[in-house]
Each structure stands twice: as C-alpha cells, then as structure tokens.
Design a protein around this ligand. Structure first.
Ligand code: PHE
Length: 366
C-alpha cells in the first residue's frame, strides 16, 4: 500500500468517527486545505516526468474525490442529528393560547354592573354608592318603615350587637334603597342616580345567598310620573338584553317607600330549558317572570331626605344584579357566583379588554 492509500484510509476512518462539525472541519483542512496532505501530494506532480504524472494524477484526484465525498456525507449525517436534537429540545406546546395566557377574568356581576352603568349613563344617570354597614334609620325608618313596621321583619336582617353613637341599631343593609336617602340628603333635587352594590339577608338556597347584589334607580324632578318609570325600565331592559321585543307587565304591589308601588314582570320563553327574555308573557309558549320592584317615591321618603314633596315627585326601582346576569348569560345556580371556582370563573368570566360600550353592544364577548 502506498503512503497515499494509507493516509486515505486513516482519514476516511477518522471522518466516519467524527462526532461534531468542528472535528469534521479539522479533518477537511488537514486533508484538502492549502497545507493539507492531498494538496501536498498534488504539488509533487510538478516534479514528475510526464509518464509518472499520467499515472499518479488520476490516483491523487481520485483520493481527493473520495475524501471530499466522505466529508460531505458525514456532514449531512451530523447536521441531521443536530437538527433532530434541536427539534427535540425546542418543543412547542400547541395547547397554549397564541397570544397570552389567560390568568384572570372579570366576574359576571362586575361585568353586568359595568353594563348597567354604561346604559344608565347614556340616560343621564350618575352612579352613587353608600355603606354596606348601615344604620336602621337609613335602611328602614327614613324609607317609611318605623320600628313597628311589619316589613322590617320580612327583611331577615343581620344586626350588629352594638348601636352607633346616636343610639341607632347597626346592620348590614338589606337593600340599596338607603342610598336613595343618602343621595337626596347630599345632593337634593333634581336627581338621577343608580346605586349598584352588595346587600345582605339571612337567607340561603339555590336562588338566595346571604349576600347578593342590587341596583337601585332613583329619579326626582318636577312633574315625574309613572309613565317616565315605565319608559325608563323598558329602555333599560331593551338595551341590557339587546332586543327590541321586551314586554313589561306592571302589577300593583306594596313597598313602604313607594306609593303607588308596582312590581314589574317581563315576558320570557323557555328555550333548551333556559329562560330567554322577550315577547309578551301572554303569547303562546311564553310566561311572565317577576323581575323588579318599583314605584313613585313615597312623599314621606322625600320629606325624610329633606326634599320638598310639594314641588318634586320621583320614581325608584330596585333589581337584583345577579338575577339579571343569570338571565342574560345563562347560569342556573346563584351559589356558584360566590364559590370562587376558577373553572366557573374562566367559563363565565369576561376578558378585562371586553369593556361594555353602547356602540359595541353592552353584551359583547371577546
Ligand atoms: N328595595 C326593594 C327590595 O329590596 C326594591 C325596591 C326599590 C322597590 C325601589 C321599590 C323601589 O325589594
């Protein structure tokens, strides 16, 4: 075996054993580089006789070809393996959301309260708030329920053991109506407010929780009558449920703080076991559902709040926010609203970017 053949075999073995592109490159330079042994062999051709050259040249060129091919083949193998390793280490989890991982959501009660604020702002209402820890004067007495009034007993009130500095019993407010009193005392008349917030009653089953949410509405001005109340409720419910065929039924009722008082029913149909608001309750396949309490503000309430009842009239209404959310978004158990189960929250919750606007539709979902 000539030197050349020996060197060739050694190089081919080394190429086969090379584990990295760098090692392979070293072998290439050592053989085919300017100072490599193949190049050196080619240089010897110059000193040969023509006869020797015709014999030696093809042999050297053949070695060059074989070494070159072996390097290229090994390179392909090494690059393929490197790609495999890269793919294996850089796995993509295609089950992840494309843009960002969803970490929290807006509770349906918050979303509905935002929707209400948006709808009523358009009608010129401001949002008012009051304390959840209330005294019995604001929660009852000023609303025409003095100590002996039987309606007090119907409220299943949570009382605190101690009285306040003025000797008033303290309690968790049983409705948002005390905000009527506070707002009128502060701002006088005319006034146009909604007051959303938490209320508390000692009651618990599938449709009642000890804490729930109401929104109060109050309009006091000159010449206000029941027609304004009906129009306002119709306009509000059409905007809220995003349909024109909302039909209301006003029934005479009783609340100490309104006179006359009207209970408002809304027509609905059952679709897939779910109540869908719309149409008249007297229509085929429809029924009436009690939705809210309302009425003309009792003049004794205006007087308690320092508003001249000779000059001003008003209407008020109170509606359950959780109830509205259930009807609009299809939940059937109120208790789940307050369990804090992340599966429920991510199913029924809203994106923080999905802010209700009248122009985009107050019920738009991202
Ligand atoms: N406060 C009443 C309730 O909680 C609802 C209501 C508000 C009724 C305003 C009439 C006027 O049941």
């Amino acid at each position: 075996m000539t030197d050349l053949t020996e060197q060739k075999l050694a190089t081919l073995n080394a190429i086969e054993a090379a584990q990295t592109p760098d090692a392979l490159e070293e072998l290439r330079v050592a053989a085919l580089g300017k100072k490599g042994w193949v190049s050196a062999a080619l240089k010897t051709l110059g000193q040969m006789s023509p006869e020797e050259r015709t014999e030696a040249a093809p042999a050297i060129q053949a070695v060059r070809g074989e070494v070159g091919d072996a390097i290229a083949a090994r390179k392909e193998v090494l690059e393929g393996a490197a790609l495999e390793a890269k793919l294996a280490s850089e796995t993509l989890d295609l089950t992840l959301p494309a843009v960002e991982q969803k970490r929290g959501s807006v509770h349906p009660v918050s979303q509905v309260m935002d929707e209400l604020a948006e709808i009523f702002a358009d009608l010129g209402f401001a949002v008012a708030t009051g304390p959840e820890i209330e005294d019995d004067w604001h929660n009852f007495t000023a609303l025409n329920m003095d100590e002996s009034h039987p309606a007090r007993a119907m409220h299943d009130t949570f009382y605190f053991p101690d009285k306040d500095s003025e000797g008033r019993s303290m309690l968790l407010r049983t409705h948002t109506s005390p905000v009527q009193i506070r707002s009128m005392k502060e701002q006088g008349a005319p006034i146009r407010i909604i007051a959303p917030g938490r209320v508390y009653r000692s009651d618990s089953d599938a449709t009642h929780t000890p804490m729930f949410h109401q929104v109060e509405g109050l309009v006091v001005d000159k010449g206000i009558h029941l027609g304004h109340l009906k129009w306002t409720l119709e306009t509000f419910l059409k905007a809220f449920f995003e349909r024109e065929d909302i039909v209301l039924r006003l029934r005479p009722s009783y609340f100490p703080f309104t006179e006359p008082s009207v209970e408002v029913d809304v027509g609905y149909a059952k679709e897939d076991g779910r109540r869908v608001v719309g149409g008249s309750g007297d229509d085929e396949g429809h029924e009436w559902m009690e939705l809210l309490g309302s009425g003309m503000v009792n003049r004794r309430v205006l007087e308690s709040a320092g508003v001249d009842a000779q000059e001003y009239q008003g209407f008020a209404f109170g509606v359950g926010v959780d109830r509205l959310a259930m009807l609009k978004y299809g939940m059937d158990d109120l208790r789940a609203f307050f369990d804090g189960d992340v599966r429920w929250l991510s199913h029924y919750g809203f994106s923080a970017f999905d802010q209700p606007t009248l122009s985009a539709g107050v019920g738009a979902r991202a």
